[in-house]
Design a binder for this molecule. Sequence first.
Ligand code: SF4
Length: 276
Amino acid sequence: MKVLVAEKCGFCPGVRNAINLAEKTLEQEKEVSSLGHIIHNEDVVSQLSEDGLKTIDSIDAVESGTVLIRSHGATQDELDKINLKGLKIVDATCVLVKRVQKIARQLHEEGYKVVIIGDKNHPEIKAVVGFSQDVEVVATPEDLDKLSKNSKLGVICQTTQSLGHFAEMIAAIAERGFSEMKIINTLCRETMERQTAAVKLCRQVDIMFVLGGLHSANTRKLAELCKKHNLQTYHLQNWNELDTTLLCGKVTAGVTAGASTPDAVIEEFVYNLERY
Ligand code: SF4
């Protein structure tokens, strides 16, 4: 089978940095816990767990050692609790996620009602909400009903949303006639480049595979976008999940992967697909 791989896919600098920091910390410290999964990829999480990294859901579950803050960051409340317990912190929060937190705080200080376009249940958004006061999270145009018409809005976006959705939401906000809007583009360039490359590729192939964790927001977004342009799009975690009957009658396959998908997973998938 002919296989084409997206020009840009797989690990982003933020994820690479988080994994490097986790590995380095495990070499240096005896007891290391990660607050939530260090990245949204089961293969990486289980490898680091074999090396000794413990994943905890809450700070209440740890009394000693070092706490690693994942690439999506932690809330102010969580950081305060870690400090109160006297635990050591190794911060692997991506610089772009920190930028969103900083901008949200600044907008609030400047008197804007902070509106963040994104998924309220995603850890990155929970961290931003915890860092600034009075933030409203909106996912769809209907959510804008929550905002007061007289609000002076400071609008930002979850790093991994698509440019198309950001633009659509900005248009929907503008149509509602708010008195003032300050818009700051907080989308991650790495994510946008992966999305552009994936859309370009999925238009050229008979079947498209998006590799990555099922909980990874950027992988899910990639799959959603590809599906819009190629109905034969499948989101899988690795080669073992592929039902090969899907390949019947197909000549060319495309492969892309989210920002938390290791190179080894992509390489194994492409290798097997080429030989199918
Ligand atoms: S996808 Fe972007 S924001 Fe998220 S960790 Fe990677 S570089 Fe940072």
